[in-house]
Design a protein around this ligand. Structure first.
Ligand code: SAH
Length: 252
């Protein structure tokens, strides 16, 4: 059995209870060494075989999984954040399907949640934004034409950009071209929830210079939108005394 497990955004205690248990029971762990906190591996058994996938190809990862399965060992494939975002899990799962090897997924705390926590942000403020666009700039991995940042920018919704820290000048251009004002609040969160976490509030037009000033080139998320500075918002209906819900009768 292979468990795909979300390691969380960085802090060792932000893995789920289930994920932690799988790690404790694993005979084999293949972890994404570029971003997963190696401290998480402390909870593995002494006999556990540990592989760093940052140095491996997909074929090598699959070979380790296949071998473990032949030996009836339990494997944890540990991905950063939540595996469902930019995790390259589908290609692994498709091969496992072909090989008839069983697997399941255990969610994790994505770094976009860790970044919100770093700034005590609510991404969905009433009357400000009720949507979160999670996307990336096109790098070596292409982005479908209809999903260009400029196209999403026209909504002025909250936007969180993964994998884009090296492309901030281009990003600024696309955000503004798409419809955010130059002074729309933005933030850069480096290594959210890690001990070395850093976060900076700036604006859409100062993203590149802010990152440069602080030497941030990778492992960061970019957050864009008025929610970053807690823009004037409407209080929530859910907790409004006049609002009736399934659990509470409102009073006029
Ligand atoms: N599955 C992961 C994302 C993997 S893609 C998740 O759910 O978080 C890798 C990108 O995620 C990095 O380039 C960076 O943009 C972002 N990232 C991962 N961990 C981060 C962290 N702790 N702080 C800020 N950004 C992070």
């Amino acid at each position: 059995m292979i468990h795909f497990v979300g390691a969380g955004p960085g802090a060792e205690d932000l893995i789920t209870v289930r994920g932690q248990r799988y790690l404790e029971q694993a005979d084999v762990v293949i972890y994404a060494g570029s971003l997963v906190n190696p401290g998480l591996l402390k909870s593995t058994k002494e006999t556990c075989e540990i592989y760093n996938s940052a140095k491996m190809t997909l074929e090598e990862v699959l070979e380790v999984m296949e071998q473990a399965d032949r030996e009836q060992k339990m494997t944890v494939r540990l991905h950063t954040g939540d595996p469902c975002l930019y995790g390259a899990i589908r290609e692994q799962m498709d091969h496992l399907d072909e090989l008839g090897i069983a697997y399941d997924s255990c969610p994790g705390v994505s770094s976009f949640c860790g970044a919100a926590a770093a700034l005590n942000l609510e991404y969905t403020l009433p009357e400000v934004s009720q949507s979160v666009v999670i996307t990336r700039m096109e790098g070596r991995t292409p982005v479908p034409a209809k999903e260009k940042v400029a196209a999403f920018a026209s909504h002025n919704a909250t936007m969180v950009l993964f994998l884009s820290t090296g492309l901030l000048e281009k990003l600024e251009g696309q955000l503004i071209e798409g419809g955010y004002k130059e002074d729309t609040p933005a933030a850069i969160v480096y290594k959210a929830t890690w001990p070395e976490e850093e976060s900076y509030i700036c604006t859409v037009s100062t993203l590149a210079e802010t990152a440069k000033a602080h030497g941030i080139t990778k492992t960061a998320l970019i957050i864009v939108g008025d929610v970053v500075t807690h823009h004037a918002y409407e209080r929530s209906k859910l907790y409004d005394p006049e609002f009736t819900t399934e659990f509470r009768q409102g009073v006029k």
